[in-house]
Ligand binder design. Structure first.
Ligand SMILES: [Zn+2]
Length: 573
């Protein structure tokens, strides 16, 4: 299988699709290029047809320009409070001219997942960008930038991105295959460069250690580093700058570029990073986080003033939105699905999702959304929404956010049973044998441990803190006649010793998987961990399998093998 999963096809065809990461790594870069180009041709063919029907600018119907301003990590509730205290006069000014709506996030509440969804209008299945730790270059042609350049012609239209972050948004690293023995050397050099760069106050982010899957070919180990999500799209723009860090630098540069490109219609993406950075350092409820929102607002205001000064105020739509919120009172955004969108586009009519932003912008510019290929996952915010309620948060089924200071004995997750076919797939991927000892952490009604004992004849322990689940599990064990192999224990899973366990099965929230890492690191080499639906941020899975259960729901199963492969650079930025 080629490096890029066959996205177009798999949306229609397969009930199950498997892409062992090993095989991805083995595909040659030449083949990768080819397969990408073929897909681009499909997109181009559609775009050419659109471009031939050349748009006529009509100020009445469509704006001449759009500016999308990103407030990375701005939590809706905190923004609401600031608005209530009149601390965000620029945002208020924008809202007074148009609309302020709620955006609820489907998918991982982090930066890569966020801006990719906002800038393309697609779910991760199309873009391949699931989270800061699981990503690939967005296939060419799918971003708003590329679509607008195609629609209006590169000569007559300007696209610009000025980005505050140096990682997770804006970086343009190509996919790489690095020999491990060479990598150490490279990292040492990069480390030196970083020190020098810091001295000279150059662009930060140099010298980071790459994350990625390790593969072996002919006895030589390589690290396959996925390309940045923006790798394919950035060349389509007139200006792509990132890593400016401070709001002042981002804002000043954006204003300079507005001056430079004022004579042509344009789409600007201006990304402010200070809110996210302050949140990670000082917490969501800090003075610093609040001040950073005020700083975002100040520079948003200066950009709006510039538009006015250039005489473009009536011809320019401005949108302000965020990629993710922030954990209430926390320094992370693991479950932070509540953000907002403010705009002077009066046609915006409703609350929406992250993936609705791109269709809204494309529609404003007069694009025929029905003709966009592949079909957009988002719906323009000017159009009615008949979708089912958003599946909030880090991943599907995660509506219940764990409260940070919950008493240890209360259940950390709302119990959702794993469908039987997913149970079977988990045990199959873990390659359970009769000699294995299987632990299910959060065993629910005991279906996984019962299936393991029945199918493979192995010993299995199920753990849960909820007495109701313990009772159900014991009934299930008795009914299934596996009482000699299966033991159900009421115990807090974070206190378990896993050193003798061969297989661990999980259906917890991602944050809880991460919390288990210190215990999972004690597993013997060769032990397996399988998780239903939720990954483990910072640890590379050996296999990721997606399948559709009988009721039509999509499921993902992750497999890790001890010792865990930690990704040093995966953060929650
Ligand atoms: Zn962050």
């Amino acid at each position: 299988m080629a490096f890029y999963p066959a996205r177009w096809d798999n949306r229609v065809v397969y009930g199950e699709r498997v892409w062992p990461l090993q095989d991805r790594g083995k595909a040659s870069f030449f083949l990768r290029g080819l397969s990408m180009r073929r897909r681009v041709l499909v997109v181009c063919a559609v775009a050419v047809v659109t471009a031939l029907v050349s748009p006529v600018w009509s100020a009445a119907e469509h704006p001449r320009n759009v500016i999308l301003i990103g407030w990375d990590g701005a939590q809706r509730e905190h923004v609401d409070q600031c608005l209530g205290r009149n601390e965000l006069p620029s945002l208020k000014r924008l809202v007074d001219q148009g609309k302020y709506v709620k955006i609820d996030i489907e998918g991982t509440t982090d930066t890569k997942a966020g801006w990719t969804q906002i800038l393309t209008g697609y779910y991760p299945k199309v873009t391949g960008v699931y989270s800061n730790g699981r990503y690939q270059p967005v296939p060419e042609g799918l971003s708003v930038f590329e679509r607008l350049e195609k629609q209006f012609g590169t000569e007559s239209f300007v696209t610009v991105a000025v980005i505050g972050k140096d990682r997770h948004c804006g970086e343009i690293d190509p996919p790489q295959k690095v020999r491990l023995d060479a990598e150490e050397k490279q990292q040492n050099n990069a480390g030196d460069q970083k020190k020098k760069a810091a001295k000279k106050n150059q662009q930060p982010g140099a010298g980071k250690k790459p994350a990625g899957k390790i593969v072996e070919e002919n006895g030589i180990q390589y690290r396959i580093v996925p390309g940045s999500p923006y790798y394919g799209m950035h060349t389509a723009l007139e200006v792509w700058e990132f890593g400016l860090m401070e709001d002042q630098k981002v804002g000043t540069r954006a204003i300079e570029l507005l001056d430079k490109y004022k004579d042509k219609p344009f789409f600007f993406f201006v990304h402010f990073a200070e809110v996210d950075h302050a949140g990670h350092k000082y917490g969501e409820n800090s003075r610093e986080y609040n001040d950073a929102l005020i700083s975002n607002d100040l520079w948003t205001g200066k950009i709006m003033d510039k538009i006015k000064e250039l005489g473009l105020a009536d011809k320019t739509q401005v949108y302000v939105t965020a990629d993710h919120g922030f954990d209430e009172d926390g320094k992370t955004h693991k479950f932070a699905p509540y953000v907002f969108l403010a705009t002077n586009n009066k046609a915006v009519a409703r609350d929406g999702r992250r993936q609705d932003v791109a269709p809204t912008i494309l529609e404003a510019f007069g694009a025929d959304l029905a003709a966009v290929q592949p079909g957009l996952d988002g719906i323009s915010l000017t159009k009615p929404d008949s979708r089912a309620a958003a599946k909030l948060g880090p991943a599907k089924g995660a509506q219940a956010a764990p409260k940070p200071q919950e008493p240890p004995k209360r259940p950390d997750v709302v119990y959702v049973p794993t469908p039987q076919e997913v149970v079977e797939k988990m045990l199959e991927m873990a390659q359970v044998t009769k000699d294995d000892l299987v632990y299910d952490l959060g065993c629910g009604d005991g279906r996984i441990v019962v299936a393991a004992a029945k199918t493979y004849g192995c010993r299995a322990f199920g753990f849960d803190v909820d007495p109701r689940r313990i009772k159900e599990s014991n009934e299930n064990v008795e009914k299934s006649g596996v009482g000699d192999l299966v033991t159900i224990v009421q115990k807090d899973i974070f206190t378990l010793d896993l050193s003798e366990v061969n297989v661990v099965t999980l259906y917890l929230l991602p944050s809880l998987n991460v919390k288990l890492i210190p215990q999972l690191e004690k597993l013997k080499p060769g032990s397996r961990i399988v998780s239903h639906d939720f990954d483990m941020q910072g640890v590379t899975p050996d296999q990721v399998v997606e399948l559709t259960s009988a009721n039509g729901a999509d499921h993902t199963v992750y497999l890790w093998t001890a010792p865990l492969k930690k990704e040093p650079q995966t953060t929650t930025e």
